[in-house]
Ligand binder design. Structure first.
Ligand SMILES: C[S@@+](CC[C@H](N)C(=O)[O-])C[C@H]1O[C@@H](n2cnc3c(N)ncnc32)[C@H](O)[C@@H]1O
Length: 284
């Protein structure tokens, strides 16, 4: 059994270990599943220690996309008081991940689709992962609708910029607003593309999401209204609302005077919440 990261790192040149694993096991790297592996020991350690410091009140941490377990083992070593539930969709890693479990008994590997499994895992309120890039938005929305109080995710840098963007900016959109409605979001650091194998085309970034409110009926309505409004992002809110509600919106004028002339992409999350709240109140 491996006891600490120093022990592991001293016995393995990480990139050599990775290449050996990939060739010995006959692993075929699948681009369509966004398979690119973080091979930098410092970055792996950074993610594992950050989640350790943030996820204090949870018996387990969920990892999305275990791959060959390179991040999973760091998570397990740094969080030895917790179970790391690592989900991986690609069955070709099954045997290898099972073997790893002998050295790291606090990892529980599950083969399956994280989008479907994630929110059925009870009592884990921390999620971490170097997210598969082709389904990043879907996974972020799934995380947001689940129990996670903390999500520490590595995403493409441009997605990270969307997540943290401010009203009025080019990146500000429905994903930004939905996530910032439910979480406090923070850009932690950029990870250069050289730190992955095979090298991806773009840089990545680590972002932390800390729960502000749970996804409830109001959030559901908020999600739907925002989705529609942002399909008219450059229109003033009165016009966008007319389109989304398919009718006369004058009845909302008094409650929404201050924002009536603003364009959708200029509205803050709080202003959008007020709009949805006003719609909900007037209808009830
Ligand atoms: C960017 S790689 C990360 C690999 C490794 N954990 C790391 O940090 O270097 C993303 C991983 O997610 C897996 N994956 C893709 N779609 C998935 C899904 N729907 N559910 C679970 N895992 C998925 C891929 O097979 C791949 O191993």
């Amino acid at each position: 059994m491996v006891k600490n990261i120093k022990d592991f790192a001293s016995r393995h040149d990480f990139i050599e270990w990775l290449k050996k694993v990939l060739s010995e096991k006959g692993v075929k790297i699948k681009k369509r599943l966004s398979q690119t592996f973080l091979i930098d020991l410092n970055e792996l350690k950074y993610i594992a220690t950050t989640i350790k410091n943030e996820a204090v009140n949870t018996p387990c941490i969920i990892e999305i996309g275990a791959g060959i377990g390179n991040l999973s083992i760091f998570l397990a070593l740094e969080n030895s008081d917790k179970v790391v539930v690592s989900i991986e969709i690609d069955k070709q890693f099954t045997d290898f991940l099972k073997e790893l479990q002998d050295d790291f008994p606090n990892i529980d590997f599950i083969i399956g689709d994280a989008k479907l499994i994630l929110n059925s895992i009870r009592d884990c309120n921390a999620v971490v992962g170097n997210l598969p890039y082709h389904i990043t938005s879907q996974l972020l929305v799934t995380i947001a609708k689940g129990n996670a109080d903390i999500a520490l995710v590595t995403v493409q840098k441009e997605v990270a910029e969307r997540i943290i963007s401010k009203p009025g900016s080019r990146n500000y959109g429905k994903l930004t607003v939905f996530l910032q409605h439910l979480f406090h979001v923070k850009y932690l650091k950029t990870i250069s593309l050289n730190k992955f194998y095979p090298k991806p085309e773009v840089h990545s970034a680590v972002v932390i999401l800390k729960r502000k409110r749970v996804y409830d009926d109001f959030s559901k309505l908020f999600e739907n209204v925002v989705k529609c409004l942002f399909s008219f992002r450059r229109k003033v809110i009165s016009k966008a609302l007319t389109k989304c509600l398919d009718g006369n919106v004058v009845e909302y004028f008094n409650g929404l005077k201050e924002v009536w002339g603003k364009r959708v992409y200029q509205l803050s999350v709080e202003e959008l919440e007020k709009i949805v709240y006003t719609l909900a109140k007037q209808k009830s």
